[in-house]
Unconditional design. Structure first.
Length: 296
């Protein structure tokens, strides 16, 4: 993903909206993504480093006083964890176009012939939508950086995020096959960034119990951390539990739609997640990858 430099006030178009249309859809999308306040949305996505503007400037957008420049809409979509092709993004993008055109009859004249009669793509399962809005926690760049800082920190974080109990460094090290001293150091770093808390008895637990976590992987500067996490996962991998390959000749547009179905299926794996030890619980890595091989 390529990003360009941005300076405060230049982030916005001097377009006054006639109805706050984009603002209302942005607030709806932001809430559905799990950010119940604009403050959380702005700061948990890296603040000015990601959005390229102050919080005051961002609030002008949510208040319907202005709309972002087209080249900066991508940053908002990334922070919402939305792809432009997702059904959830349709209303947001349409409202952006309407407000950018000034709304009213002018917007109707341009947009209605282009989009009338176009069926809206089916959305994700209701359960997944609810989980995203109410049971997910988006890690901040600082939290994710602390988590990805070392193999020990990563597995300690994953263990705490996937368990409702509280652990001593020694207990967690034994369970995960880690060095106790490294585990103690890693747990302290997770506490310092706010991802973990330490009890009076010297045990560590996740600050957000029973939640599902998302990485800030598409935010600027997170590439090295993602590469580090991938290396930890590859190192920990054992025999494949399941594998299936399919070679298909298809149009690019068709495969773009298909990848959204795959993403929804991937989200469904969270329905099987356990936050306590069971008879045979363990970490399972589910990885989807679609590659274009040859033009034909």
């Amino acid at each position: 993903m390529k990003y360009f430099a941005c300076r405060g006030a230049n982030y916005y178009n001097p377009v006054m909206t006639d109805s706050g249309n984009f603002a209302s859809h942005l607030i709806k999308a932001r809430t559905a993504a799990g950010f119940d306040t604009a403050y959380k949305f702005y700061h948990r996505n890296g603040g000015r480093k990601h959005f390229g503007c102050t919080f005051v400037h961002y609030m002008r957008v949510e208040k319907g006083e202005s709309v972002p420049k087209p080249e900066w809409l991508e940053r908002i979509m990334i922070a919402l964890r939305l792809l432009p092709t997702q059904a959830e993004a349709r209303d947001l993008l349409m409202s952006y176009l309407r407000d950018s055109l000034g709304g009213g009859r002018t917007a109707d004249y341009v947009l209605n012939p282009l989009f009338s009669g176009q069926p809206q793509a089916a959305g994700g399962p209701d359960a997944m939508t609810w989980m995203k809005a109410h049971s997910s926690v988006h890690l901040t760049p600082e939290e994710f950086s602390a988590m990805a800082a070392s193999e020990t920190a990563y597995w300690c974080a994953e263990a705490l995020c996937s368990d409702s109990g509280a652990w001593t460094p020694e207990e967690l090290a034994k369970k995960l096959g880690l060095a106790p001293k490294k585990a103690a150091k890693a747990l302290e770093s997770l506490k310092e960034c706010g991802l973990a808390v330490r009890t009076a008895a010297g045990r560590y637990k996740c600050r957000h119990r029973g939640k599902f976590f998302t990485y800030p992987g598409r935010l600027e500067g997170m590439g090295p951390q993602l590469d580090a996490v991938n290396s930890y996962l590859e190192k920990a991998g054992t025999a494949d539990f399941f594998e299936r390959l399919e070679l298909v000749r298809a149009e690019e547009g068709a495969m773009t739609n298909y990848r959204l179905q795959l993403a929804q299926a991937m989200d469904g794996a969270n329905a099987y997640a356990a936050h306590a030890a069971g008879r045979n619980t363990g970490f399972y890595l589910i990885k989807l990858r679609m590659r274009r091989l040859k033009k034909f």
